[in-house]
Design a binder for this molecule. Structure first.
Ligand SMILES: Nc1ncnc2c1ncn2[C@@H]1O[C@H](COP(=O)(O)OP(=O)(O)OP(=O)(O)O)[C@@H](O)[C@H]1O
Length: 224
């Protein structure tokens, strides 16, 4: 579904990484780790077409992102749900309206209304649905961001440090949701520093751990 072939990326200075290849198959579960600044967020952005590689190719559902027209890219991106590191919301809208935003923007407001109650219940936020985003705790924000990422029924979920600022219990809850999505057949890719989270996940799913270090992507050892 997502394939990186011999990819390099540079923001203008030296290359962050090069010769990097990766395939995210349907139903796969990957973690991405590596030191701060190694390029994890950059790699995720390449995977969802927010950045185009400076060398090599990224193919999303069989189509390379280089030269993809804006409309085509926007349509393809609907098949990838992204939970961003800072998970920003529109503070003048309710939590439920924020979660429904991708569907509303796509002109599918009726579907959003039909689907929202179940989705809010699934992430455990029914009681918070009418609140404004600034009233949410860190863990609630992450779950709202996950709900927003899955409302378009994407085939792939990409999450950047989803448990960065939340406690262990809440991390476990978020992980359980991601595992459930994976069991429904969705490919999951999570960038994280949290080795305990990776260990907890490996007890539940066949997750692979990729490590970005020294400009290269490696499969992490069995100790993780
Ligand atoms: N828009 C940008 N312009 C120039 N340099 C950038 C830009 N975004 C990121 N960088 C640089 O690229 C490098 C990799 O950044 P990136 O955010 O991908 O790393 P990361 O592994 O996700 O880090 P962290 O774990 O701290 O979130 C860093 O040195 C960063 O300063």
């Amino acid at each position: 579904m997502i394939e990186l072939r011999d990819v390099a990326y540079s923001y203008g200075g030296g290359e962050l990484f090069s010769g990097l290849s990766l395939v995210l198959a349907p139903g796969s579960f990957h973690f991405l780790t590596g030191p701060s600044g190694a390029g994890k967020t950059t790699l995720l952005k390449l995977c969802y077409g927010d950045l185009v590689p400076t060398a090599g190719e990224v193919a999303l559902f069989g189509e390379t992102t280089r030269g993809m027209a804006r409309d085509g890219l926007a349509l393809t991106r609907r098949r990838i749900g992204v939970v961003h590191q800072d998970c920003q919301f529109l503070d003048h809208l309710s939590v439920a309206e924020n979660v429904a935003l991708p569907l509303s923007v796509a002109g599918r407001r009726a579907e959003a209304e039909a689907y929202l109650p179940d989705l809010m219940a699934w992430v455990g936020l029914n009681r918070q649905a009418g609140r404004r985003p600034p009233e949410l705790s860190g863990g609630e924000r992450q779950r709202a961001a996950l709900a927003r990422a899955v409302i378009m029924s994407p085939d792939v979920i990409i999450a950047d440090e989803p448990t960065g600022n939340i406690d262990w219990e809440m991390s476990q809850r978020l992980l359980a949701l991601l595992v459930e999505l994976n069991r429904m057949g969705k490919a999951v890719l999570i960038a994280t520093h949290d080795l305990n989270l990776i260990r907890a996940a490996k007890a539940q799913v066949a997750a692979r751990t990729l490590r970005l270090k020294g400009r290269q992507l490696m499969m992490a050892g069995a100790e993780l």
